[in-house]
Design a protein around this ligand. Structure first.
Ligand SMILES: C[S@@+](CC[C@H](N)C(=O)[O-])C[C@H]1O[C@@H](n2cnc3c(N)ncnc32)[C@H](O)[C@@H]1O
Length: 213
């Protein structure tokens, strides 16, 4: 189920600033040549991510789940000149393509792209992050949250994608992935360190602010 009616989605995109040529190319290539193009953030969500990044003004960003690099490039827009975004993905088959996209733009100079399992890489990161975007395997969202929360700066933000899981969060008999998302949403709702709002954009984005350490 699409959360937004298709015509409303199109209308919203028509009234949203255009994508850069590079983002358009990534979207086109991903749909033509990469498995599961639905995973890409896309125009509307991408612009929301870049706007949030401009508003938050992060110096450091961590993204869990690069895929074809679309959301990384959107989030990197809000970084200052000396800012850095670390993006992680386990899928080495996309590495050459994604490095090509990052190398083709100045924004790419701020992006550190690491291939491997996020569960192994995150504990090795020494940075403190002002913004984290969780967008990898859904059954480990709660685990990723636990791994990153101590690395988020006070007042920093965490975003988690797909928290409405195509509307399946309302299913009477939720499947395994849906149960993981339900547990994650409840965990966030109950966490006193976090202030949160579930934005019903695309597949649902949980926007969280770390209010206490
Ligand atoms: C939904 S896609 C990311 C989409 C991208 N953030 C965007 O908006 O365009 C999820 C990605 O998570 C990656 N992933 C899955 N399990 C992972 C893991 N254990 N560690 C790192 N990345 C993982 C997948 O390979 C996939 O590319």
């Amino acid at each position: 189920m699409d959360i937004l009616n298709e015509s409303i989605q199109q209308y919203a995109e028509l009234h949203t600033s255009r994508e850069s040529e590079l983002l358009k190319k990534i979207d086109r290539d991903t749909h033509a040549k990469v498995m599961m193009p639905r995973m890409l953030s896309g125009h509307l969500q991408g612009k929301v991510l870049s706007m949030l990044s401009y508003m938050i003004k992060p110096k450091t960003i961590l993204e869990i789940g690069t895929y074809t690099g679309y959301s990384a490039l959107c989030l990197a827009e809000g970084l200052p000149q000396d800012g850095k975004l670390i993006t992680l993905d386990i899928n080495e088959e996309l590495e050459e393509r994604v490095r090509g996209y990052f190398d083709s733009t100045d924004l790419g100079k701020k992006i550190e792209y690491k291939i491997g399992d996020a569960a192994t890489i995150i504990p090795t990161l020494n940075e403190t992050f002002d913004l984290v975007f969780i967008d990898a395997d859904k059954e480990r969202y709660s685990f990723y949250f636990d791994l990153v929360i101590s690395k988020v700066s006070a007042g920093g933000f965490i975003l988690a994608d797909n928290v409405l899981w195509s509307g399946k969060v309302l299913d009477k008999k939720p499947d395994k992935d849906t149960r993981a998302i339900l547990e994650f949403n409840k965990k966030i709702q109950d966490d006193p360190r976090i202030e949160n709002v579930l934005l019903p954009i695309r597949d649902g984005i949980m926007l969280m602010r770390k209010v206490s350490l």
